[in-house]
Write a protein that binds this ligand. Structure first.
Ligand code: MIG
Length: 800
């Protein structure tokens, strides 16, 4: 029996004193008298990897999480031996390794302050039942330390005082504090004394993290097998920690098509075809923008993946085309369970090729899911992934489906203890055969990866779109994700907000919740408030289980429909802004949503904030999370912010009351920001963009903004056909200067910018574009300070 505790077990073993040290370029090995080896790998000046073996032999070094594209290289590395320790120094870190027991202490190389130190350090418990060890690590919590991250945990941002388990689990109608749920992201960031570091425990076995819960001043993490293998990532900025973790486990392999950042409509289930068309037509009729429509399991023939129910969908290709002509991308669900049916070609092929998972003693892993008894492909086998990817040819290339939704890939099994495979199931694990204990947490990730491979291949030259429920660290390279089966309650709106922020802090930005709630039914007010939050999530989709009534934007009466439309329209106007944020995420690993602590860690007021977050770089949003509210109190971060609705400029660093009737919500724009906007479209590409709106928010001082654009789909941007505009704004008492620097070879369709000047403190008397004075009439300057000018300008002076 393995105890779910780090310390209480009395059989813990510890390393003894160091008897040998070796250095092989950036890999440092310390061997203890009792056979433990600690290997420290210097990956970057700020990233050290710590790996321990208790047997003197390391496992084959393989990880699904770490990407081969991760940055490597350091500027400085020096190791010195002292009486009682070894001292490793890089340009950013100093690491002490105790000669007595291998314990580690880490210091900031700049000012020598202590960042993180082992308490017991590495220790372990032998596991006779399974073989191997339960590997454990404990560290001393630093004064005032707080903790963030860990993926989709439905809890407050700051994790201090809590314990968590990582075991990917189908969690229908989970609630606040349910643990574990769908994802395993064993990465957290810690913050104390204005400095932040992160720990990524890259171990796929069932693992635990304890943040001062079991013992007040101790943090610990442990796993039911595998190696103690973790990356220490130093900031000191939390945003650097998150970016470095994201770089290590991978940025998205390409940008999503722009349409995927539009609004998506889903339900379990829209069928038959006439029902699907009714829904999509209603969107157009009511002029509510929407880009994607989903088909849940009922589109299939008896829930057999890669088949169609011909009674409900007699001619999928025609339907998909008709939907596409109306601007709708069709997205279909694909589950991992393959129905046991000798007349079903996918099953037959999987069987013939020996691609299904097996139990330890030989039988196939048989489990009940929607189609009835099923076998399950072993997605940890690259050959199986290849096969799986090719199954998408017809759906994508022939029929024209634009995206695939992977569900139940925890993997979920019905009516069994543990709701998943039993421990003894065997997996290939990229040629490192293992049991389900090790492969469970990556099964869904590898399914999504195989799906991604197929979509990427058959969507070419367009970009793929995949969405997954289960995930392990690194899954963000391939796919988007949603937070699973939530419930239509006010508390779940808050949970959705926390989960999206937490996922973004965990390297996975392309996420959203089932807007309105999956289980049960929201009233109109809750649905409207949830849409308001949802338009600020990178993935924006309404989904519901359907058996509780309708959940389309028009299902709650005209007043609510108008509110929902208004906010979805804001989403569509902000598309270039969101796309720019996505580009920064894909390029520089900057999370799209920033919890306030991530935005300004130096301000202790942010350390326990939950509701407010920064969307992209410049917009602050905060949902209204309860009924009958006319507004709310919220914390405004340090700096000055414009109220999005009224242009009132307010000072942050304190809480404010913000009015927000049901047709509004608290939104602020950072002073000095330049926010790009597109006209409202019913779907991406409906209109040719013939003018880019730039909302310019005056600031006394300087601020920079960016606008990234490209062909909205395809891969030309990788060859340099993108358009990146860097704006430098400089506001003075009687002048506003904007400089533009453009890079990239993409030529945008519009020729002009429409500038809307917010908060300008003076009356304009003169405007110069690239040193030439331009008459107001030519700029169409009007009373509300809007003006139109060429997109080619490099320097604009607006003068009093
Ligand atoms: O056992 O496909 O989370 O989004 O609609 C339920 C039916 C299976 C769970 C997913 C949900 C989806 C539903 N699925």
């Amino acid at each position: 029996m393995i105890l779910n505790t780090e310390l209480e077990y009395k059989g813990n073993l510890f390393p003894s004193k160091i008897i040998n040290y070796e250095k092989n370029i950036n890999v440092l090995s310390f061997t203890s008298e009792n056979g433990v080896i600690l290997q420290v790998t210097v990956r970057r000046d700020s990233i050290l990897r710590f790996r321990y073996t208790t047997t003197g032999i390391f496992e084959n070094d393989f990880s699904y999480a770490i990407t081969k594209y991760a940055s490597r290289g350091y500027n400085h590395l020096e190791v010195v031996e002292k009486d009682d320790k070894y001292i490793i120094t890089t340009a950013k870190l100093i690491c002490h390794v105790s000669k007595v027991d291998l314990r580690i202490s880490l210091f900031d190389a700049k000012d020598n302050t202590l960042i993180c130190e082992d308490e017991l350090g590495f220790h372990w418990e032998e596991s006779y039942e399974y073989g191997g060890d339960v590997v454990k690590m404990s560290k001393t919590a630093q004064p005032g330390e707080s903790y963030y991250g860990l993926g989709d945990k439905p809890v407050d941002n700051n994790l201090k005082g809590k314990r968590f388990q990582n075991w990917v689990t189908d969690s229908y109608a989970y609630g606040r504090d349910t643990d574990p749920i769908y994802k395993t992201i064993p990465f957290y960031t810690a913050l104390h004394n204005k400095k932040s570091y992160g720990i990524f425990f890259d171990n796929t076995f069932r693992s635990y993290f304890d943040f001062c819960h079991e013992r007040r001043n101790i943090t610990s993490f442990w796993a039911h097998g595998g190696e103690m293998n973790y990356y220490f990532i130093y900031g000191p900025e939390m945003s650097e920690v998150v970016a470095n973790y994201t770089d290590l486990t991978g940025k998205p392999h390409q940008l999503p098509p722009l349409w995927a950042l539009g609004y998506h409509q889903c339900k379990w289930s829209y069928y038959p075809e006439s029902n699907v068309k009714e829904i999509t037509s209603k969107f157009r009729e009511l002029k509510i923008p929407c880009d994607a429509i989903y088909l849940d399991i009922d589109y299939m023939d008896g829930f057999r993946c890669f088949t169609w129910n011909k009674e409900y969908f007699p001619d999928p290709k025609r339907m998909v085309k008709e939907l596409a002509d109306d601007g709708f991308k069709t997205i279909v669900i694909i589950d991992p369970g393959i129905k046991i049916d000798m007349d079903y070609s996918v099953f037959k092929e999987g069987l013939d090729k020996d691609y299904f998972c097996k139990r330890a003693d030989g039988p196939y892993m048989k489990g009940k899911v929607w189609p009835g008894e099923c076998y399950f492909p072993d997605f940890t086998n690259p050959e199986v992934r290849d096969w799986w990817s090719n199954l998408f040819r017809e759906l994508i290339e022939e029929i024209g489906v634009k995206g695939v939704w992977n569900d139940m890939n925890e993997p979920a099994v019905m009516d069994v203890p543990g709701k998943s495979f039993p421990d003894d199931v065997r997996h290939d694990y990229e040629g490192n055969p293992c049991s389900h204990r090790k492969a469970h947490n990556v099964y869904g990730m590898q399914m999504a990866r195989a799906t991604y491979q197929g979509l990427k291949k058959f969507s070419y030259p367009k970009r793929p779109f995949v969405i997954t429920r289960a995930a392990y660290s690194g899954t963000q390279r391939y796919t988007s994700s949603w937070t699973g089966d939530n419930v239509a309650t006010w508390d779940h709106l808050t949970i959705a907000n926390l989960q999206a922020q937490r996922m973004c802090m965990s390297g996975f930005s392309f996420v959203g919740s089932d807007i309105g709630g999956f289980a049960e039914q929201p009233n109109g007010e809750l649905y409207a408030r949830w849409i308001q939050l949802g338009i600020f999530h990178p993935f924006c989709r309404t989904h519901s289980s359907g058996d509780h009534g309708d959940q389309e934007p028009w299902a709650f009466g005209d007043t609510i429909t108008d509110v929902v439309r208004k906010f979805i329209e804001i989403r569509y106007q902000l598309l270039p802004y969101l796309y720019t944020a996505f580009w920064r995420y894909a390029e520089e690993a900057i999370p799209i949503l920033k919890s306030l602590v991530l935005y300004d860690q130096a301000d202790p007021q942010t350390h326990y904030r939950n509701d407010e977050f920064v969307f992209g770089e410049k917009i602050l949003a905060c949902p209204v999370t309860g009924p009958n509210q006319k507004g709310r109190r919220m914390y405004i971060p340090i700096g000055k912010w414009y109220n999005f609705w009224t242009d009132e400029l307010i000072k942050g660093g304190q809480e404010h009351w913000v009015d927000a009737d049901l047709d509004s919500m608290p939104i602020f724009v950072k002073e000095g920001a330049i926010i790009p906007k597109y006209p409202i479209q019913q779907y991406v590409g409906e209109k040719t963009i013939d003018e880019l709106i730039l909302d310019v928010y005056y600031k006394l001082g300087k601020e920079t903004s960016q606008v990234y654009e490209d062909a909205t789909d395809g891969y030309d941007y990788i060859k340099g056909r993108y358009s990146l505009r860097d704006f430098n704004l400089h506001g003075k008492k009687d002048e506003l200067i904007i400089q533009q620097h453009k890079t990239g070879k993409y030529i945008t369709t519009y020729k002009t910018f429409k500038l809307r000047l917010h908060g300008l403190p003076f009356k304009i008397s003169k405007i110069e574009v690239d040193n030439v004075e331009i008459p107001f009439s030519k700029l169409k300057l009007n009373g509300d300070n809007t003006l139109t000018l060429t997109k080619e300008f490099t320097e604009l002076h607006i003068m009093a």
